[in-house]
Design a protein around this ligand. Structure first.
Ligand SMILES: *Cc1c(COP(=O)(O)O)cnc(C)c1O
Length: 375
């Protein structure tokens, strides 16, 4: 390892997970590759997803879609979180599909279409009960009507009708059925308005819904976390998914310290006896949350060790006891778990969060190294 730490990403695992999701759902698949493919590296993971059977990619922001285009990725890409002033002309020139949920954005998109001479490919988003993005059902008919006017003018084409679940990861949550019903209503209204032709793609399911709610699959599913091999519903197991990322660092310094040594800022950890400490060169600037202090575990020298004392900006310590590591020896923070290392799920559990946050927060100082085990 030429760098202090690296995130190894197994592209074969991503291909495997996408193929598994396609087989389980029998639907078309849009790989959610927002936020640098959940921290796994946008372009290589997007290519792996497409190789595994995804036919489309989904990102939050136009900028992310343009990054894919700049890298030569030609598959359909949807950007679903458009903010005022985003480069819509460029988006249309590069065939980026856009989501819209209000007339203001529709008009902005129409302006870009008129300027560029391109027809904007639109996915209209309905708020079926998450109260985040999307048009509330009361505003949905108006949104459809405006989009149809613009379609008649030739500046937009409605290619998708979609929504998003709030609680699909909580099986049996009453909102799930309510959202399914609201989505059904939204589709009915679209049909009545003439906005739901047979070519229009209906999509609703994130990873959790794709794996557990057949009635939510419609034409296409939009998994994110499951593609990276992490379970969308940990209480229900791993679904046969393979975690793609292994986060490793090399021990930067190993030293013998006396009993009662206070370790790191605030001396939150004190050695119980004479021991070896190892310095791991990853810190909260790299996404190792300060909250991991005294909680999360790593694998070093064949054994689990807990983070000893405060996580600093660039580093944290572990207590090796009588064991020794050499500087340069690998410390594994998390991975698939095959070699005894913790999983991202264990990190999430020990920090009271979800794996999405664990992997997306890994900072830009940590290179992503893409491999393909084919295993
Ligand atoms: C992030 C996201 C997804 C993927 O969600 P997962 O829970 O990671 O599967 C799907 N759709 C939208 C709109 C999203 O924002």
């Amino acid at each position: 390892m030429a760098t202090p730490a690296e995130a190894r990403v197994d592209l074969a695992a991503i291909r495997h997970n996408v193929a598994l999701l396609k087989e389980r759902t029998g639907a078309e698949l849009m790989g959610a590759v927002k936020a640098d493919a959940y921290g796994h590296g946008l372009v290589p993971c997007s290519r792996a997803a497409l190789e595994g059977g995804a036919s489309r990619l989904g990102v939050a922001f136009v900028r992310e879609a343009l990054e894919l285009r700049a890298a030569g990725v030609t598959a359909p890409v949807l950007a679903w979180l458009i903010t005022p002033g985003e480069p819509l002309d460029e988006a249309l020139t590069h065939d980026v599909e856009l989501s819209a949920a209000d007339a203001r954005l529709l008009d902005e998109i129409a302006g870009a279409a008129r300027r560029t001479g391109r027809t904007a490919r639109l996915h209209l988003e309905a708020d079926t009960g998450m109260s985040r993005g999307g048009a509330p059902l009361a505003a949905w008919p108006g949104l459809l009507a405006r989009a149809l006017e613009l379609a008649a003018e030739g500046v937009v084409e409605i290619v998708g009708l979609w929504s998003h679940f709030a609680c699909a990861d909580v099986p049996g949550h009453p909102s799930v059925q309510q959202q399914l019903e609201a989505y059904h209503t939204a589709l009915k209204l679209a049909e009545q308005a003439g906005a739901a032709g047979s070519h229009v793609i209906r999509h609703l399911a994130n990873s959790a819904a794709a794996l557990t709610l057949p009635e939510a699959r419609y034409d296409l599913v939009r998994p994110g976390i499951a593609m990276y091999g992490l379970s969308p519903i940990p209480e229900q197991g791993g679904f046969g998914l393979r975690p793609a990322m292994t986060l490793v660092a090399q021990a930067a310094l190993v030293k013998r310290v006396p009993q009662d040594s206070g370790v790191s800022y605030g001396h939150l950890y004190t050695t119980e006896r004479e021991t070896h400490l190892a310095l791991v060169p990853l810190g909260y600037a790299d996404g190792i949350l300060r909250h991991a202090t005294g909680r999360a575990e790593v694998l070093a020298g064949g054994r689990r060790r807990r983070v000893a004392g405060r996580v600093c900006m660039d580093q944290f310590m572990i207590d090796l006891g009588d064991d020794l590591l050499a500087a340069g020896d690998e410390v594994v923070l998390f991975g698939p778990g095959d070699g005894g290392e913790p999983t991202a799920q264990e990190w999430a559990d020990s920090l009271g969060t979800i794996t999405h946050e664990i992997v997306t927060r890994i900072g830009s100082r940590v290179p992503r190294v893409h491999t393909s085990t084919g295993a």
